[in-house]
Design a protein around this ligand. Structure first.
Ligand SMILES: Nc1ncnc2c1ncn2[C@@H]1O[C@H](COP(=O)(O)OP(=O)(O)O)[C@@H](O)[C@H]1O
Ligand SMILES: [Mg+2]
Length: 586
């Protein structure tokens, strides 16, 4: 069992630095572009100020044209810098997060099986794709936008200070108060919008369910119940939506109001200062121009702050995932190839718990199997058979006790060398959307077509292979050639056969095959097991009949183990009792 992962302190920067470091140069350029585009945006009204003042002084058209051209040039420059900044930010964000995505996938593949059981595939996809996508958005859009808009507010402040200190004094509380007020208004708005989406999804889900189940609902006379449930969902949606819409219009309206107030103040101050002789006409114009520039940054900052929180949440989840440690650690040793091609197996006092507070799935199991022997493992559902099979393949390490292969503790061996010699056929067969070749070799490119084809024929799929349009290159699974359950099971045997293992662990499928399918599977299994040590989690009498030894598990304990023939002769043995009670399928 993995040691409980103590939540590592969340350090966003130390998590991001390794990914951002390779882009140092681009980030520096991005910083320059942001500062420069802000400077240009703030400088533009100053040009207009000269234009207005010159015009008021009665300057000639030539001078005015020059000023106008300079203004146009500046505006173009500002846009060009923005585009450059966007491109740089996107480039950095997507390369950095793609590297992160790759690391996450690698990391998850290294974690042991208990991890994938704790995190269902959907949740993992959301982490690796959804959360990382949110991070890309954070770096490519939110952070640059926040910095650009913050710089713009700062730049306007500085420009106002240079224009007239009294105006600058009024600017500070207006912008500071505005940001605080807008933050407060947006805080409730986004969760309310999320609640509206959830309520709407619930309503749609109910409609779909009711339409699907219409015959049943009618048959049961449950129309009124359905109508009331629908009514309740609709009423919820109405209330939630009304709330969301109210909150949703409040903050943009407030930002607009603030900007208008700023404009009004600028008009009043500009007029007063100009009439009092403290400010030229151009100076008064500049005040108004800056007031007009306020609305966008206020809106952006208020809005992005929430997205930023969400992105930080995504970042934290990614950090937690990266902090997960595999409980199974590769040892330094290599499992030598046994001389006779078959491995000896031993379990010593093996206890295994899936979680520290759960009752053990295996409880003090001691069991020995000599090389080349075949063991049938019996027991009711939940008795621990699959758990034992998984321990032999080292999906996890025992909580206490040891698992030995030819006398080597699995903990001391490299996972690769174990997997090369232990073949596992699990209860559930997964056929990948890939070629027959890839489905048998499991993407191991070292295996030759000859080896793959031999394994496919060996398990009795020769005719099937010959009938395929593209032979080993035929694509299987969704969108390709459909695979029947029986074929899938034979393919899963071919997968193991092609690796030529010295121990086969077979968790027999409980699914029902046709008699012909069962016979084919039986023959293929015999071929796979010949000359090898085997541990069979057996559900079928046919399978048990081929075993040299029988072991019976009950509630995680080994209640019986002995040669099959001896147990069969003893009417008091657990094995005999279960056989006569008809607990095995035939
Ligand atoms: N991934 C898991 N997490 C927690 N408990 C598990 C898990 N897999 C199996 N168990 C529990 O361990 C016990 C043994 O299960 P298992 O080895 O699958 O039994 P069998 O294969 O004999 O049906 C059962 O009580 C089962 O509920
Ligand atoms: Mg099982």
């Amino acid at each position: 069992m993995p040691p409980a992962v103590s939540p590592a302190p969340f350090r966003p920067l130390s998590l991001a630095l390794p990914y951002l470091a390779p882009h140092r140069g681009r980030l520096a350029l991005l910083g320059v572009a942001l500062v420069a585009s802000t400077a240009v945006a703030v400088a533009a009204p100053q040009l207009l100020r000269r234009f207005v003042d010159r015009a008021a002084e009665g300057a000639g058209t030539g001078t005015l044209l020059w000023a106008a051209a300079a203004f146009a040039g500046l505006a173009l420059l500002a846009e060009a810098l923005l585009v450059l900044g966007d491109a740089l930010a996107a480039r950095v964000a997507w390369s950095a997060t793609n590297a992160l995505r790759l690391d996450l996938v690698r990391h998850c593949l290294r974690l042991d099986l208990t991890f994938t059981q704790r995190h269902p595939p959907g949740a993992l996809v959301d982490r690796i794709d959804g959360d990382v996508g949110r991070l890309a958005n954070l770096f490519s859009r939110m952070v640059p936008l926040l910095i650009a808009n913050g710089l713009l507010l700062l730049g306007i402040g500085v420009a106002l200070l240079a224009t007239d200190w009294r105006v600058a004094l009024g600017y500070l509380p207006l912008v500071g108060g505005g940001v605080v007020l807008l933050r407060r208004l947006t805080r409730g708005a986004v969760p309310a919008a999320a609640a509206q989406r959830a309520a709407s999804a619930a309503l749609l889900g109910r409609v779909a369910e009711h339409v699907d189940g219409l015959p049943d609902l009618r048959g049961a006379g449950a129309n009124d119940v359905a109508r009331r449930a629908f009514w309740r969902d609709a009423a919820t949606l109405l209330a939630v939506a009304r709330h969301a819409i109210t909150l949703g219009v409040r903050w943009p309206a407030a930002a607009q109001g603030l900007a208008s107030a700023g404009l009004l103040l600028a008009l009043l101050a500009g007029a007063a200062l100009h009439l009092g002789g403290h400010l030229s006409l151009g100076g008064a114009y500049v005040l108004i121009a800056y007031a007009g520039m306020l609305q966008m940054p206020l809106l952006h900052i208020a809005h992005q702050a929430h997205d930023l929180q969400q992105a930080l949440g995504a970042w934290q989840r990614v950090g937690e995932l990266l902090a997960e440690r595999p409980s199974v650690v590769d040892g330094p040793g290599r499992l030598p190839r046994p001389a006779g091609g078959a491995l000896g197996v031993a379990l010593e006092e093996v206890t295994f718990r899936y979680a520290p507070d759960e009752k053990p799935a295996l409880d003090g199991v001691t069991l020995r199997l000599a090389p080349g022997r075949r063991l049938a493992l019996l027991g009711r559902t939940g008795s621990g058979k699959s758990t034992l099979a998984g321990l032999l393949f080292r999906f996890a390490d025992p909580t206490s006790g040891r698992v030995l292969l030819d006398g080597h503790d699995l903990r001391g061996l490299s996972g690769d060398s174990v997997r090369r010699q232990v073949g596992l056929v699990t209860q559930e067969v997964r056929i990948f959307h890939a070629t027959v070749r890839e489905n048998v070799s499991l993407f191991d490119t070292w295996l030759s077509d000859r080896q793959i084809e031999a394994a496919v024929r060996e398990v009795g799929l020769g005719d099937w292979l010959d009938a395929l349009p593209d032979g080993l290159s035929t694509r299987l699974g969704a969108g390709g050639r459909p695979v029947s359950e029986g074929e899938a099971q034979l393919l899963s045997l071919a997968r193991v056969l092609v690796t030529d293992p010295a121990l086969v662990v077979l968790d027999e499928p409980t699914s029902r095959l046709s008699p012909a399918g069962r016979r084919a599977l039986h023959t293929a299994t015999e071929r796979l097991l010949a000359g090898r040590t085997a541990v069979l989690v057996a559900h079928q009498l046919d399978t048990v009949r081929t075993a040299d030894e029988v072991a019976v598990l009950a509630d995680g304990r080994l209640v019986e183990h002995g040669p099959r023939a001896a147990l069969l002769e003893d009417p008091d043995s657990e094995f005999s009792r279960r056989l006569s009670a008809g607990e095995l399928g035939r």
